[in-house]
Ligand binder design. Structure first.
Ligand code: HEC
Ligand code: HEC
Length: 479
């Protein structure tokens, strides 16, 4: 669907026309602002292409508005961006999967339907969203009981008994317990989600879509797509899970903490089309954040299940019946556990340790040198302080442009701590590596190297501060 002028107008005039966008029923008697918003009866099943591995090469140009690269690949050759579609088509190692490319004995429409039924049962509908973790008994039977129709009842019972004996009960019980407590900590109860769903439909759905897929109509040239939550990966986060943890499913990296989502919604993402929702009440904010988490958990469970089902590895069974139920259940437990890990591992922010203006200026000069050093190599991506165009594929096969750092416009917040967190953990989804390893050997009580870089970043957009840095050290050059 080409973005109609109507949808674009809705965005441009946002939020004045919002109640009218996506809604035909303006004659309702209910005076509440949400009354005219249509509710999709079910979440749409995922049929779009999925990126399962990092892409190689780099995009050669921005896409045409309304045509994010995966959409062009899907529509090929009927896209204005045939060259971009071909670049994705020719990626080595099959990083892009099509959940509707059915293949006998591997993945068929009946299996896709089974996933849809599971999603409905575990996550509900837009009007009644839920996050339902199966009862322990169901987990046990789903994990273990595989009836083989070719064998008799006796042989089947014997096989089930053997499987029961070998099953790692304690490990799974611990995972199930963790998933349940995370479910409670993340405030995913049905009442909160139902309220959050209303806020979402009023303020977020026109960009982020009913299932959180991100609406391609809002793929604008030069800017990021509204986030597709279904990968379970976010950019502006302050969680940093320890790397030595045993990875469950797709892992915990890239997951936000609740406060990160609240900051994003409250403050917006400067320099993107995502607005600041500063007038939401605290309650609405909490509710919509829970709902975004719900969409993300649902979407990632679906993603992980489809990715494995469509492309099973050598060791995997064909995922039908009980095998598919169990794959789905494991993914749901793992996704919840990973959200829990992120919530408990905030990035440690060192004290700033620059009491005076003169200390800060010296720190900024050190930051300038670190910026250009090979150990940090910021300019390898942010060439000419980010004014050079250097496009990269991100995890969604949309395009990221390393930030122009001379503007002082940051999406993840402009406070020192915000910038510190961004450097510490990097932005994995866009390919900016984390810089915490470079902190090794820092002296406690001294501003560390990341703070030096932060002070440099804060000075960079201001001509007066740049001049003062040059007065302090003649090696500092900005041309
Ligand atoms: C006008 C379009 C638009 C609207 C409306 C909108 N967003 Fe966004 N949103 C975006 C864009 C674009 C991005 C991606 C920014 C980026 O990648 O840097 C985004 C990203 C996000 C992210 C991801 C942040 C991260 O760290 O990766 C969250 C969470 C989010 N939006 C939540 C919401 C919520 C909740 C609402 C409603 C209250 C909302 N958005 C309304 C456009 C929108
Ligand atoms: C491997 C490439 C790469 C390197 C190296 C890199 N960056 Fe980035 N950086 C990016 C990309 C890509 C983005 C844009 C991410 C996005 O918005 O999707 C970015 C964004 C940023 C942002 C914006 C954060 C925000 O909240 O909007 C800052 C600040 C930043 N980089 C600073 C640095 C500094 C300082 C260094 C060196 C210590 C550095 N970067 C090294 C690729 C890189």
């Amino acid at each position: 669907m080409i973005p109609s002028r109507f949808t674009l107008v809705c965005v441009a005039l946002f939020p004045i026309t919002l109640a009218g966008c996506g809604s035909n029923d303006e004659s309702s008697d209910d005076p509440s602002p949400t009354a005219t918003l249509s509710v999709p009866t079910r979440y749409p099943a995922r049929t779009d292409l999925m990126v399962v591995k990092p892409l190689s090469t780099a995009p050669t140009r921005w896409y045409t508005a309304g045509f994010p690269p995966l959409r062009s690949l899907r529509l090929f050759p009927n896209t204005p961006d045939q060259d971009i579609a071909l670049e994705l088509k020719n990626q080595p190692g099959k990083p892009i999967l099509d959940p509707t490319a059915y293949e006998p004995e591997v993945w068929m429409p009946s299996q896709a339907d089974q996933v849809t039924r599971l999603l409905d049962a575990h996550f509900g509908t837009p009007a009644s969203p839920t996050v339902r973790i199966p009862a322990w008994d169901d987990v046990v039977t789903t994990a273990i009981v595989r009836l083989d129709p070719e064998k008799g009842l006796g042989a089947n019972l014997k096989a089930a008994r053997t499987a029961l004996g070998k099953w790692p009960w304690d490990d799974w019980r611990a995972d199930w317990n963790t998933a349940n407590s995370v479910n409670a900590e993340l405030k995913l109860d049905d009442a909160t989600l139902a309220r959050g769903s209303l806020v979402y439909r009023r303020w977020c759905m026109q960009c982020h879509g009913p299932s959180g897929a991100g609406d391609p109509a809002h793929a604008i040239e030069g800017g990021p797509m509204p986030r597709d939550y279904r990968l379970g990966v976010f950019k502006f986060i302050t969680a940093f899970p320890p790397s030595d943890l045993k990875k469950k499913g797709l892992g915990a990296s890239g997951k936000p903490r609740r406060d990160d989502l609240k900051r994003t919604v409250r403050n917006g993402l400067d320099g993107s089309i995502m607005p600041a929702f500063s007038s939401l009440t605290e309650q609405e904010l909490e509710d919509v954040v829970s709902y975004v988490i719900h969409l993300s958990i649902r979407g990632e469970t679906e993603f992980a299940t489809l990715a494995k089902g469509v492309s099973p590895g050598d060791e995997d069974p064909i995922f039908v019946g009980g095998e598919l139920d169990w794959l789905f259940m494991q993914n749901e437990l793992f996704v919840l556990i990973n959200w829990g890990i992120a919530a408990k591992n905030p990035i440690p922010i060192a004290p700033e340790n620059t009491p005076t203006e003169a200390d800060r200026r010296k720190s900024a000069v050190r930051g300038y040198k670190l910026y250009h050093s090979t150990a940090f190599g910021c300019s390898s991506c942010h060439g000419d302080y980010g004014r050079q165009r250097q496009l990269k594929w991100d995890k969604w096969a949309t395009i990221a442009q390393p930030r122009n750092l001379t503007l002082g416009v940051y999406r993840g917040g402009r406070k020192g701590e915000d910038l510190y967190a961004r450097l510490y953990g990097g932005i994995e989804a866009s390919g900016m590596n984390p810089f915490h390893p470079q902190l090794a050997g820092s002296t406690p009580g001294q501003p560390d190297k990341l703070w030096d870089l932060v002070h440099f970043l804060q000075a960079l957009p201001d001509p007066n501060q740049r001049r003062r840095m040059q007065e302090l050290d003649r090696e500092v050059k900005f041309e």
